[in-house]
Design a protein around this ligand. Structure first.
Ligand code: ASP
Length: 410
């Protein structure tokens, strides 16, 4: 039985779990939540991998690059692409919200106590990237600080040369061990996804979704359009790559993102899909993907724009040209500052609302369905990371196109 089960492609097993989960949730309603712990167990397993995997694979990524100029070039390319696609995402969100008016005709009686998020200072954020105590960064799972520390350690290993060979090999072995564990954990994915979907579908039945169906539709359609058109064009024009193999190759990661609503949590799966299905070299993917999972959030940017304008419409607040400009600017910054964890985008929404001068009570309306919106935005977040990872690898000659075009192996 195990044999025939494992012969089914993993993504099919995971997709099956997703569909079955929705059915079970629809039938049993809130009581389907009893199986949620299976999903939580799966998520805990992947979370367990994040810190050691990011650190080890990034050190190995840097030591395998050796050439510091190449590393700087890849980092710069990644950041430029992140900013470019995020700016398009936020603009797309604005267009959707203005054209489809998801907030028109909504009656608001809300009086929620909402915690606001203060605008972070740019200098403070930059200084904070260097961990004062790397062990604390590990313990708190501060990915940006771990990235910084890993890059520094990797560069130092390169400079030390032969004397550090044994340490370099140790890190390589460590990274391999983490990849192996990821493989094992992914066998749990179909069950974890099943349980999480049953819980979500049971909790958010149609009755709670219907009044807000317009904003849900706006976020989902804008996300899909961004993935197909923006990413499709970049893949084709800049990367010279076909679209279908890309989406087939990352489907495991997309389903895990959709159900876990955490880009950071999905990272081990995203890295695995990039290396095994898309043929991206380890040195590029272990560098570009952790960075992307932390700062590149196009789905969140789309959501920030749509939700802010939705709230303005619901409260009857007229927005002017300057307000839209503020939404583009703050929405982009907010998405960069959003942590790759469930619900983080909702907290950052307070930042956008404050800057535009919109009522914070609006958060209360979207909060009820945030999970459903988070599923779409997290999926796009990791899709964007994977796309940029693939085109950068292609431009650096680090993409194995035979693997990219072949059917997914994982
Ligand atoms: N959950 C999203 C992510 O992990 C962040 C967000 O809430 O927008 O990518």
């Amino acid at each position: 039985m195990w044999k025939s089960w494992s012969e089914i492609k993993l993504w099919k097993r995971i997709a099956g779990g997703l569909v079955l989960g929705v059915i079970v949730g629809a039938i049993f309603g809130e009581s389907a939540g009893v199986i949620k712990p299976i999903g939580t167990l799966f998520i805990n397993f992947i979370k367990m991998l994040i810190v050691p995997l990011v650190f080890l694979s990034l050190v190995v990524g840097v030591t395998s690059l050796k050439d510091p100029a190449k590393m700087g070039r890849i980092g710069l390319k990644a950041i430029c692409w992140y900013l470019f696609t995020t700016a398009i995402a936020v603009t797309l969100g604005i267009i959707f919200a203005v054209v489809f008016q998801p907030g028109a005709g909504i009656d608001i009686v809300a009086d929620a106590a909402v915690k606001t998020k203060a605008m972070p200072s740019v200098v403070g954020t930059l200084l904070n990237i260097i961990p004062k105590n790397p062990m604390a960064a590990f313990a708190q799972g501060n990915i940006l600080q771990i990235i910084a520390f890993a890059i520094i350690v990797g560069i130092a290993i390169n400079f030390v040369g032969a004397k550090a060979d044994s340490v370099e090999r140790m890190f390589e072995a460590g990274a391999e061990i983490m990849y192996k564990i990821t493989h094992g954990v992914m066998e749990l994915a179909p069950f974890g996804v099943f349980a999480l979907m049953a819980w979500v579908a049971g909790k958010y039945g149609l009755s709670i979704l219907l009044p807000l169906i317009k904003i849900i539709a706006c976020v989902y359609v804008a996300c899909i359009l961004h993935a197909l058109v923006t990413y499709g064009l970049v893949l084709k024009i800049y990367g010279g790559l076909k679209l279908a193999p890309f989406f087939k190759g990352i489907i495991d990661a997309q389903i895990v993102a959709f159900t876990s609503t955490s880009s950071s949590g999905t990272l081990p799966v995203t890295i695995r899909c990039a290396q095994e299905n898309l043929g991206v070299s380890k040195s590029i993917s272990s560098f570009v993907l952790p960075l992307g999972a932390t700062v590149n959030m196009d789905g969140t940017a789309i959501y920030e724009a749509i939700a802010a304008i939705f709230i303005a419409q619901a409260f009857g607040v007229q927005l002017g040209g300057g307000d839209y400009f503020t939404i583009i600017l703050v929405g982009t910054l907010a998405s960069i500052g959003t942590a790759g964890v469930p619900g983080a985008g909702l907290i950052m929404l307070t930042l956008v609302l404050t800057q535009v001068g919109l009522p914070l009570e609006g958060i209360a309306i979207v909060a009820g369905i945030d999970r459903v919106l988070d599923m779409a935005r997290t999926t796009i977040n990791i899709t964007g990371d994977s796309m940029i990872n693939a085109v950068i690898a292609k431009s650096e000659g680090e993409l194995n196109e035979e693997v990219y075009n072949a059917p997914p192996v994982a």
